[in-house]
Design a protein around this ligand. Structure first.
Ligand code: SF4
Length: 76
């Protein structure tokens, strides 16, 4: 499994993560920041556990995020 986490308050809505994985990320029409689809909030961090097949796309999302607020961890 893979844990995807995002510190949403610092998102600048650049869309890079959506381009990397449009099934897991989308820009909110309300505030222009990105939503981690299915993510649950804890102390400002949104996170979700997903299958390993989402790893590659979300590593790209993490690397392309200009404010470095997406973390990807492999968990067993
Ligand atoms: S790549 Fe980072 S800053 Fe850009 S929309 Fe996604 S989370 Fe926000």
């Amino acid at each position: 499994m893979v844990r995807i986490s995002q510190l949403r308050a610092k998102c600048i809505g650049c869309n890079a993560c959506v381009e990397a994985d449009k099934y897991r990320w989308r820009i909110s029409k309300k505030d222009g920041k990105c939503i981690l689809i299915g993510g649950k909030e804890n102390k400002g961090w949104y996170s979700i556990l997903v299958d390993d097949d989402e790893y590659d796309a979300n590593i790209i999302a993490s690397k392309h995020c200009p404010v470095n607020i997406i973390k990807i961890e492999k968990v067993s």
